[in-house]
Design a binder for this molecule. Sequence first.
Ligand code: URA
Length: 427
Amino acid sequence: MSNFDAVELIIAKREKGELTTEQIDWLVANYTSGFVADEQMSSMAMAILLNGMSRREISDLTKAMIASGERLNYSDLPWPTADKHSTGGVGDKITLMLAPLVAVFDVAVPQLSGRGLGHTGGTLDKLEAISGWQANLTNEQMHAQLAKIGAVICAAGAGLAPADKKLYALRDVTGTVEAIPLIASSIMSKKIAEGTSSLVLDVKVGSGAFMKTLDRARELAQVLVAIGQDAGVKTSALLTDMSTPLGVKVGNALEVAEAIEVLQGGGPSDVVEITVELAREMLRLAGKSDVDVAVALNDGRAFDVFTAMIEAQHGDLSVPLPVAKHSHQVVASTSGVLTELDALAVGTASWRLGAGRARKEDPVQFGAGIELHAKRGARVSAGQPLMTLHTDEPERFERALAALDGGFKIEATAGPAVALILDRISG
Ligand code: URA
């Protein structure tokens, strides 16, 4: 590998220059090994945030981060593979239904997931609410489960894109999380290294999402799809609304309960709609457009795969899900239409109740969270329960209620309807 000087590369990007493939390879390899120092990489991350990167640079950065670790491969399976990545939202339990639903149609889903940080929950935290369920699998166990059941949701091992782990931690403390080239290469390096042959991105838009506006979300989605194409992974994106929570349950065990309702043919219509749309898109990319997705949620086939997937990881669905020790009801102060129910307010309140964590080593309370009794757009009467807050520690109610202050509005007339699926971007 050629030798470069980190300071020269930082200055080149500071002056809005384009880094070459060799320079990017060198930078990532030497940052991973510790030769390029954290302060140099933070300066580079800030230069990227301010001056951007070309499509070629972002693809090169992604490839270099993939090359920093191992790359899984499922080409020996008799089925195509497909995965989904969500940029994260409030009440977003879609993965729990989606992986088994897609597997019903002989498309394998290798889903490496993470834990929540801040107001958005993580899929692993949700599944750990199920008694005995194990998040950590070896690559061999993951492969064997995929070959047997067709779906696996587990923790990403330390060997996958280690450059991203190091860079993400640095971005978190240097004000450089929001740079689209860095977000896109971070997401895509992990998904491509995971070995899926097609990928659908659920890019959330709104107060509860990373991307607050449709324009920013569209820009991110276009870059993500372009990187996937450059890496030979069939990729498309849906832009979906995250200005209000998904479904009526927010919090780990509560969301597992809602996922099971959907897998048994019930559940809230917005959760069912997004699940079905994402499943159709994953199956389309995997070459199966002619299947009836919705029926597999209603006839128990997706639930059967879910049960097998949970049991294979030692989860016991016969043990009741954890329930928080204390609850508090919020009621409507007046009659009218619930015109606003803000995702960030509900997500932050749920986090403060104990469903989420402030530092990555903190534990979560499985039973904590919020049950919504009315969704945005519903007509409500004075005194009617709007939501129930749950926690093991009642002293948390005060700060959770403070987060909800101003987060919902009751007005005389309904506001304009907001579409759930805002746009689609295909490769
Ligand atoms: N998710 C990731 O994995 N990386 C980012 O940079 C942002 C969201």
